[in-house]
Design a binder for this molecule. Structure first.
Ligand SMILES: Cc1cc2nc3c(=O)[nH]c(=O)nc-3n(C[C@H](O)[C@H](O)[C@H](O)COP(=O)(O)O)c2cc1C
Length: 223
């Protein structure tokens, strides 16, 4: 069973709708460590030793955040700048992250149709995320297609709930090495054709568990 570290960055979680739903769906998944960066480092004073130790302890690193100005909230960038040190994460002796997987989990106000040549945002999400893909490559990590929830402002509660259930399915399948990564890499985002990349048996069971947990944890809040 792979160990998954969710590095989470949202500067105003109390106003979050999309990320909050996603987080609540995976918080109790066995093998998952949830690291809320804005909670841990409200002054941006990132504890590099703690963060590097966390990375070493896990096999899969998830970067979960809202899309802000085509990138991450500022603290996640600060985390990257400080934690991914030369000689540790990259460079001839920087092999600490070799062989681990990197997954971006992103919520975006813009709809999927806005992210294309000629669209409102002109570039595809894959193009805009190339800094993350190259960061993973430089650190010897396997970059997975991102899990993206588009059009957050227009999502109905039911649609949001379905995304949250999908997120849980993906996290559990990744943990259990059940995701067909070769197939997933043919799609622009991990969650665009989930039925094709997940074993079919996973769907039903996890739906039930996710629904149960989201009721159980509906009062969960950042302390
Ligand atoms: C400072 C800021 C920058 C944003 N930049 C983008 C952007 O570049 N592209 C986009 O699609 N949405 C953008 N948005 C919208 C957020 O991505 C959206 O509100 C968020 O994903 C919703 O998730 P939440 O409910 O967890 O806050 C931005 C929002 C803020 C506050």
């Amino acid at each position: 069973m792979a160990k998954i570290l969710i590095q989470f960055a949202h500067p105003a979680l109390e106003r979050s709708r999309a990320n909050r739903a996603l987080v609540e769906a995976v918080l109790d998944v066995e093998g998952v460590t949830f690291n809320d960066l804005y909670e841990a480092y409200p002054d941006f004073d990132v504890d590099v030793a703690r963060e590097q130790a966390l990375l070493l302890e896990h096999d899969i690193v998830v970067l979960q955040h809202p899309f802000y100005w085509y990138s991450t909230p500022a603290l996640m960038k600060q985390w990257e700048d400080l934690v991914l040190e030369h000689g540790w994460a990259y460079g001839s002796r920087g092999t600490a992250l070799h062989g681990k997987k990197l997954l971006s989990v992103i919520t975006a106000g813009g709809g999927e149709g806005a992210y294309k040549p000629g669209g409102y945002n002109r570039f595809t999400m894959a193009q805009l995320l190339t800094p993350f893909e190259q960061t993973a490559h430089l650190c010897g990590m396997e970059y997975l297609p991102p899990f993206v929830v588009h059009g957050t402002h227009a999502l109905s509660p039911e649609e949001l709930d379905n995304h949250a259930k999908d997120y849980r399915r993906v996290i559990e399948a990744l943990r259990d090495d059940l995701l067909d990564l070769d197939k997933a890499k043919q799609f622009p985002r991990l969650n665009s054709n989930l039925a094709e990349v997940l074993p079919s048996a996973i769907g039903g069971n996890l739906c039930t568990a996710a629904t149960y947990f989201s009721r159980l944890s509906s009062t969960w809040q950042r302390q």
